[in-house]
Design a protein around this ligand. Sequence first.
Ligand SMILES: Cc1cc2nc3c(=O)[nH]c(=O)nc-3n(C[C@H](O)[C@H](O)[C@H](O)COP(=O)(O)OP(=O)(O)OC[C@H]3O[C@@H](n4cnc5c(N)ncnc54)[C@H](O)[C@@H]3O)c2cc1C
Length: 340
Amino acid sequence: MRVNENILISSLTTMRLGGPARYVLEVETPEEVSDAYGFAEQFNLPTFPLGYGANTIGHDEGFEGVIIINRMGGITEEKIGDETVLKIMGGEYWDNVVEYACNKNLTGIEALSKIPGLTGSAPIQNIGAYGQEIADTLESVYVYDTVTKTFKTLKNEELKFSYRKSILNTTEKNRYFVISITLKLHEGEMARPFYNSVEKFIEENHWVDFSPKGIREIVSRIRADKLPDPIEKASSGSFFKNVYLDKTSAEAAEEKGIPVYHGKDGDKINSGWLIGQCGFSGKLLHGMRVNEKANLVLINESATGYDDLAKARSEIVGKVYDKFGFWLEQEPVEIINPKK
Ligand SMILES: Cc1cc2nc3c(=O)[nH]c(=O)nc-3n(C[C@H](O)[C@H](O)[C@H](O)COP(=O)(O)OP(=O)(O)OC[C@H]3O[C@@H](n4cnc5c(N)ncnc54)[C@H](O)[C@@H]3O)c2cc1C
């Protein structure tokens, strides 16, 4: 186990905010995961599991605790009938997994191309994009249970996935450390119709390759056109969640001229559209730029600290509420010191 001290959270997260973490432990075996939690317990310090930091934001005061990062890599493959079962260690970079599957013509995760992050984090908020979610193909996760201090497997049904949610970020938040995940994929193509923007791309570019590799290429190009590369621009991707509505509210919204998408996971409003309608597109608010092509994304251009982000957030949330009556919910999680 690698033990690091006083590491800036800004250097571990793509939004690049946050002061020092007292300890950052990098674990390379399941046994080291249990050792890492033992270490924190010995010093009576809180813990925070971290991956690539693409969905996590730090505070200026840092974290008086132990950040634990999964450094276990590797993919193993087993063919069972028509299906291919991939077991992926949580420290593997997610997009390498998508590339691996697409190269083998396996369908199921190709639309999740280029989502920054480690594999162990993917089930936490049930990553999703362009019509796929990890919940669609995830069989199980293998975890360390910090309550019982044992290793166990949690099946898909037990994780209670929904939009950007699972028990891992709600009822059982911070209880489990993900060691590896198992996906069930099969050879073939995604079913049509594809996501609106993918269909639009196909039409405009006379695209004919719908294989996993072909869809990966489309999604990668769409994303490169409208989303900032976290290496070049500091952001956490979508800063706000989309707004999901029940049937009555969806009808009421449509009557007011708000575009509602009727997806397989329910009726939703693109929060980026709401933000754009409030005049924020491309604006710089307290050092945070509202990304012009995808208004849901806030880019840290020159924020001097967490407070600047908080001010930008509250301006956006307040104006959207005043104009439309919807409270925008933040997507990224924050590393917060427990109250003394
Ligand atoms: C430019 C950009 C685009 C993005 N696009 C999308 C998108 O299209 N769809 C989407 O869903 N998300 C998107 N995101 C968000 C982000 O990429 C995903 O949430 C991703 O899964 C985060 O992975 P990570 O390793 O960086 O997680 P981190 O930010 O490191 O952690 C996220 C959460 O997972 C927990 N966690 C991390 N590792 C473990 C572990 N081993 N065990 C238990 N808990 C753990 C953390 O405690 C935290 O709560 C985007 C982000 C950026 C910057």
